[in-house]
Design a protein around this ligand. Structure first.
Ligand code: THU
Length: 160
């Protein structure tokens, strides 16, 4: 009989008051970033915040394009900009949130597959887990311990 591999991940489900002060600040920066999104086509505003090891925050938002596939998600905008400007910076936390333009409440923000792959690249590069904090339903938050939990069986440099 074929052997079976069970993959288990655990995710913290948190109320806002259960976030650390730094996580709360990261979500606030991500929400501010979402307000800066350039999303005239989807009107879906996504914001990402990166907390660096020295505590500084770096943000990104989705940037759309009339040629739709030329646009880029908030997470990758933030990660690529960070790596371009501060190639040695190490990331301590990645926070993501989203909202519809006409609504003030923030919505669950589940990173797309391509963004997970890019997150995995930078996690591999820094050789230290990047915790990911996501806006979830009903004002709650999901805290993943690392990008690897969001992308099991990932393809990375080791597979080349
Ligand atoms: N989007 C992100 O910015 N991040 C994701 O992980 C999912 C989707 C953006 C892309 C597009 O501008 C809009 O949300 C609708 O898909």
């Amino acid at each position: 009989m074929a052997s079976e591999l069970k993959v288990q991940i655990s995710v913290d489900v948190l109320e806002p008051q259960e976030l650390t002060a730094e996580e709360r600040q990261a979500i606030q920066v991500a929400q501010e970033a979402a307000n800066d999104a350039y999303a005239p086509y989807s009107n879906f505003l996504v914001g990402a915040a990166l907390v660096l090891e020295d505590g500084t925050m770096f943000k990104g938002s989705n940037q759309e394009n009339a040629a739709y596939p030329s646009g880029l998600c908030a997470e990758r905008t933030a990660l690529f900009a960070l790596s371009a400007h501060h190639p040695k910076a190490k990331i301590k936390l990645l926070a993501v949130t989203a909202r519809r333009r006409q609504e003030k409440d923030f919505l669950p923000a589940m990173p797309c597959g391509a963004c997970r792959q890019v997150m995995a690249e930078y996690e591999y590069k820094q050789q230290k887990p990047i915790p990911v904090l996501l806006q979830a339903l009903d004002g709650k938050f999901y805290r993943f311990k690392s990008v690897a939990d969001l992308l099991p069986f990932q393809f990375n440099k080791e597979h080349l």
